[in-house]
Ligand binder design. Structure first.
Ligand code: SAM
Ligand code: SF4
Length: 334
């Protein structure tokens, strides 16, 4: 029988998120500081050959789905070439992309041809001036053009990632929900997470996602669960009655979804993170050219994977059982 990546708690891991760069063309307020971000030098970033080797080993032990992320994945040169090589690996069935959408429109068709089937586009405001403030300079017209081009080339599904922040964009919840009524897209509201924050700014802007259901009720929108409770990931999905699209709630802080966690993360500098939140990492570089050793390392990584993260304890300023990562979200990939 095929050996699978099963951890101590019986969770089967069939999904790898690959951060292809820690660099980004934006500086979203919840993700990176405005200035002073230090990036890995090029020679510390995994090459395409190394990423392919890691995925080949993981595909042999049951990884079927990949998500390409970053930093901003579209700032990595020749990304289409990497995607073409990954989609040719036996066992890989699905390749998704998470992007800020600024550079997507002109490359959407080539990315689709290379093997990307689905896209998540981050869009935290529908107002141009506010979008520019949140992203520190992003041009929303480029993101909206990428959304239209994603529909045209046939990415399916198309998801919009919205990180909700109290006093910043929570007055747009109804506008985003209207978008899910009018368009065949999934709007995914994400709780602001305390990843890599050296200050407590997130604590004051954090807002629980039950607020989204309150907004539905205030507007008289009847809401029904859509699909499985968690579907294929951490999002709890709903549809407003009569809507063309759906919306999802990703609430790692108020109600974590760790019991169904099926993912590993590969950082741009070559570290496997069994859990988004904790500090444990395993360097794959040491095992390049040694597939058996690398496979053993993946099992060791799973052996230390804890049952859950403790972001709720962080919010409540309670003691935590492990050490949280010092990496920023841009260095992990979300
Ligand atoms: N640059 C791409 C993008 O923005 O879509 C991919 C990388 S980004 C780190 C992946 C996702 O993480 C984005 O949807 C972003 O909004 C989300 N994210 C970043 N920092 C976050 C935080 N502190 N809390 C919640 N989500 C966060
Ligand atoms: Fe860049 Fe994405 Fe982080 Fe925004 S969320 S700074 S686009 S990596």
């Amino acid at each position: 029988m095929e050996t699978l990546l099963v951890d101590r708690f019986g969770r089967v891991h069939d999904y790898l998120r690959i951060s292809v760069t820690d660099r980004c063309n934006l500086r979203c307020v919840y993700c990176m500081p405005e200035e002073g971000m230090e990036f890995e030098p090029d020679d510390r970033i995994l090459t395409f050959d190394e990423i392919v080797e890691v995925v080949q080993v993981l595909a042999r032990v049951g990884v079927r789905k990949l998500r390409i992320t970053g930093g901003e994945p579209l700032v990595r040169k020749n990304l289409e070439v990497l995607i073409g090589r990954l989609s040719a690996i036996p066992g890989i069935e699905d390749i998704a992309l998470t992007t800020n959408g600024i550079f997507l429109a002109p490359r959407a068709e080539r990315l689709k041809e290379a093997g990307v089937t689905r896209v998540n586009i981050s869009l935290d405001s529908l107002r141009a001036d506010r979008f520019s403030l949140i992203t520190r300079g992003g041009d929303i017209t480029k993101v909206l053009a990428s959304l239209e081009e994603s529909v045209r080339v046939g990415f399916q599904p198309i998801k919009l990632n919205v990180v909700l922040m109290k006093g910043v964009n929570d007055d747009e919840i109804a506008d985003f929900l209207r978008m899910s009524i009018e368009r065949d897209v999934t709007v995914r509201f994400i709780e602001y997470m305390p990843i890599g924050h050296d200050d407590d700014g997130w604590r004051t802007r954090y807002i629980p996602l039950s607020t989204v259901l309150d907004v539905c009720a205030d507007n008289g929108w009847a809401v029904a669960p859509h699909g499985e409770v968690y579907g294929n990931g951490p999002s709890r999905n709903y549809r407003i009655e009569g809507a063309r699209g759906t919306f999802g709630l990703i609430h790692p802080v108020s109600d974590h979804f760790c019991e169904s966690c099926n993912r590993l993360r590969l950082t741009a500098d070559g570290n496997i993170k069994p859990c988004l939140y904790w500090t444990d990492e395993f360097n794959v570089r040491t095992y390049i050219g040694n597939p058996e050793g690398m496979q053993d390392m993946f099992f060791r990584a799973l052996d230390v994977k804890p049952l859950n993260h403790e972001m709720a304890q962080a919010l409540a300023q309670q003691a935590q059982s492990h050490t949280p990562t010092v990496r920023r979200m841009s260095q992990i990939g979300g």
